[in-house]
Design a protein. Structure first.
Length: 372
């Protein structure tokens, strides 16, 4: 798992890293690394980029093109950050949505008394993601910096990446399991739709088809989760105003099984493609290969034993995530993780964790070469 370290505006990258290290050291069960989210790029921050890459082994730098006043950096900062990150051998990853347009639409809907979860979705139309994805690709091309779009959801955004390939540019693309399987119809369920309020929001059936095709075309390189769970009582903060619903979705435990059952088992992707987008590509893109992402002499013995015929049902009653609802309640799947070995140690056996807190190690990552 690669978690996001969030720099606070007015504070240093080092301060943020120290905070996240305090959370992880001695408590992590699985191996982990960090993306460094840059929310305040200035000359002091610039000087820290090399230290993050060389000393800390953190080579990916997360940016936001939305959430103005909190997380967003503007195009000037993005350009300067990319130039420095490229110089130091890193990669810039991005939440690519047009924050100004989204903020306008949120205010518009609220002023009209349109406050249900549906208007979270309607405040982030496809064009907001498509425009920002194209703009990010253009800046990455100009600076020569390796770029990675996180949680891409829709046809318009993927077409922006497809257009970038016409100039022989490689932009790495991640989608998430929810965008492959769930759609915006869930926002019609009155406030229950808050369970699926995330940013970007769920999209349309045609976008699911585009993403599955993008995996097979090699345009979508990674299937992740952007796992960010909230308890239902926290979601209720936005019961009278969709803009106050905490954005996030629990999925990390079910990613592999959902992707196999709905992808491989239903003929959408091959078994090799399943391993590629879930395991091998992330390790290669983020500088952990060949320690991670392959079964080979000298690599970590990280092994999943998977029963492709085991049928089971997803439910809050049986999952292990620290959240009191399942976004896939009642889904019947074919294919189940039976055992997990972490660095050769049996870590999970039939849904039971056999390793202690603190067994997980921080994984230093190599510099980025922009290829897989």
């Amino acid at each position: 798992m690669i978690d996001f370290v969030l720099q606070k505006q007015g504070h240093s990258l080092k301060e943020a890293l120290t905070e996240w290290q305090g959370r992880a050291t001695g408590t992590a069960v699985g191996d982990y690394s960090f993306h460094m989210a840059v929310t305040d790029f200035n000359e002091s921050t610039r000087a820290e980029i090399r230290e993050m890459v060389e000393r800390e082994g953190i080579t990916s730098f997360k940016t936001f093109m939305a959430y103005k006043g909190a997380l967003m950096i503007d195009d000037r900062q993005m350009t300067a950050l990319m130039q420095e990150v490229r110089k130091q051998g890193g990669m810039v990853t991005v939440h690519a949505t047009n924050g100004d347009m989204i903020d306008y639409l949120i205010d518009k809907h609220r002023s009209e008394g349109k406050l249900s979860p549906l208007y979270h979705y309607l405040s982030q139309p496809e064009v907001t993601e498509a425009e920002a994805s194209g703009r990010f690709a253009d800046i990455a091309d100009y600076t020569g910096c390796p770029g990675y779009i996180v949680h891409l959801t829709c046809e318009g955004a993927l077409n922006a990446v497809r257009n970038a390939t016409r100039r022989n540019q490689k932009v790495f693309v991640e989608t998430c399991i929810q965008y492959l399987l769930l759609d915006a119809g869930l926002y019609q369920r009155d406030f229950e739709g808050a369970k699926w309020v995330m940013s970007p929001p769920l999209r349309q059936k045609k976008d699911q088809e585009t993403l599955w095709a993008g995996i097979n075309q090699g345009l979508v390189n990674v299937v992740a989760t952007d796992h960010c769970p909230f308890f239902w009582k926290q979601k209720l903060m936005g019961e009278r105003d969709f803009s106050k619903i905490p954005n996030g979705h629990p999925a990390i435990e079910n990613r592999m099984e959902l992707l196999y059952s709905e992808g491989v088992n239903k003929g959408r992707i091959s078994l090799n493609k399943f391993v590629e987008v879930a395991c091998t590509n992330p390790a290669k893109i983020f500088g952990m290969f060949p320690r991670k992402g392959t079964l080979a002499p000298g690599s970590d013995a990280d092994i999943v034993l998977f029963d492709p015929k085991k049928q089971h049902m997803l439910s809050v009653a049986t999952h292990h995530m620290n959240v009191d609802y399942s976004a896939y309640e009642g889904w019947e799947l074919t294919g189940k993780v039976c055992r997990v070995f972490l660095r050769g140690q049996l870590a999970i056996d039939k849904d039971e964790c056999l390793v202690e807190k603190g067994y997980g190690q921080f994984i230093r990552r190599a510099k980025v070469n922009g290829r897989i």
